[in-house]
Write a new protein. Structure first.
Length: 287
C-alpha cells in the first residue's frame, strides 16, 4: 500500500499547484534565480515544460555569497549548465528522504561539464536530527531553507547555497602522483564516462605509493591507476554490496566486502565515500 503522504501530496498538488514560473515569481527570495532563468531562452523553455521534477532553487542570499567569490559575468553556457544541475528528475518531498544516502539525476548532461549518461547526480543526505541536506561537487553542503513548495509537475526546494558542479578527477590523480603514468593510457580511463574510482588518500597509503613508484615503469604506473578504476559502473555507496566483484580497467577484479558500517575494496577500507566527479564517483581508500 502506498504511504499516506503520497496520497496527500497527489491530492494537494492537483488542487493548489500552479505553473513553475508563476510560483517562482511569487517568491521574492528567488528573484536572483528568476533573473538567470529569464536571461536564457533554453532555461525558460525547460522550466515552462518540465514535469515530474524537483527544483533546487538557491535563495538570493545563496547567490550573493556565491557571486562574492566569482566574477558576476557568466557565459550563457555556464548559466545553463549551473541551473540545469539544480533541476532533478523525479519528485522528492522531504518526507520521502530515507536515512540512507539517495542519489538523484539532474538535467545537467552537457558533456563540457558532466560525463554521466543519466545526468550528473546530487546526493540527498539526512542529518542526525533528520533534516535533509544536499551534497554536490567537492562535498559541498546545501541546507533546505523552505521546503516542499508545490507547482504543477513537481516541487521546489529553496536551498541556502548554490550547488557546486562536480569537477574532473584530474586533481585527485595529481595528488596521488599517478599522473606520472603514460598520459595516453591514463587519459583513456581518466575522462571516460560512467566511472568509479578508488583513490588511495591517506598519509600511509600515499607514503607507500611514493616508496614504490620510482621503481615502476610508465606502463606499470598506468596499470596501477587502471586497477583503481572501474569502467561502465557508477558505484555510489548505496550501490556497493558485500561480495560484489567489480572488473577494473586493468582487467582483473576487485571484491567489495561490507562489515557493519565499513566497506572494503579488497583489503583497503573506504574512508570517505561518494565524492561526485564529472564522470562518476570517487571513494577514498586507506591502501
Amino acid at each position: 500500500m502506498a504511504p499516506l503522504f503520497f496520497f496527500v501530496f497527489v491530492f494537494v498538488s492537483h488542487v493548489q499547484s500552479q505553473a513553475l514560473l508563476s510560483v517562482m515569481e511569487q517568491h521574492v527570495e528567488l528573484s536572483a534565480f528568476n533573473h538567470y532563468v529569464n536571461s536564457s531562452s533554453t532555461l525558460t523553455s525547460l522550466f515552462s515544460s518540465a514535469n515530474n521534477i524537483t527544483l533546487l532553487a538557491p535563495s538570493n542570499a545563496a547567490f550573493q555569497t556565491w557571486l562574492s567569490n566569482r566574477s558576476p559575468t557568466l557565459s550563457s553556457d555556464q548559466i545553463e549548465a549551473l541551473l540545469s544541475y539544480h533541476v532533478l528528475h523525479g519528485v522528492f518531498p522531504t518526507v520521502s528522504l530515507s536515512p540512507k544516502p539517495q542519489f538523484a539525476s539532474s538535467f545537467l548532461t552537457n558533456t563540457s561539464y558532466a560525463n554521466v549518461t543519466s545526468g550528473q547526480k546530487v546526493e540527498f543526505l539526512p542529518t542526525i536530527n533528520g533534516d535533509p541536506q544536499i551534497v554536490s561537487g567537492n562535498k559541498s553542503i546545501s541546507d533546505f531553507s523552505t521546503k516542499d513548495i508545490l507547482f504543477t509537475g513537481g516541487l521546489i526546494q529553496i536551498i541556502d547555497t548554490v550547488l557546486t558542479i562536480p569537477l574532473s578527477y584530474e586533481l585527485l590523480v595529481t595528488q596521488a602522483n599517478l599522473c606520472a603514468a603514460d598520459a595516453n593510457l591514463v587519459n583513456a580511463v581518466l575522462y571516460r564516462p560512467n566511472m568509479t574510482f578508488f583513490a588511495p588518500n591517506t598519509q600511509e597509503a600515499l607514503a607507500a605509493f611514493n616508496e614504490i613508484a620510482p621503481n615502476m615503469s610508465q606502463s606499470e604506473l598506468a596499470g596501477a591507476f587502471n586497477y583503481h578504476a572501474i569502467p561502465n559502473f557508477i558505484g555510489y555507496s548505496s550501490q556497493l554490496k558485500s561480495g560484489m566483484q567489480l572488473k577494473t580497467a586493468q582487467g582483473t577484479n576487485v571484491t567489495i566486502t561490507i562489515q557493519g558500517n565499513t566497506t572494503f575494496v579488497n583489503g583497503a577500507k573506504i574512508v570517505t565515500s561518494d565524492y561526485l566527479v564529472a564522470n562518476g564517483v570517487v571513494h577514498m581508500i586507506d591502501g
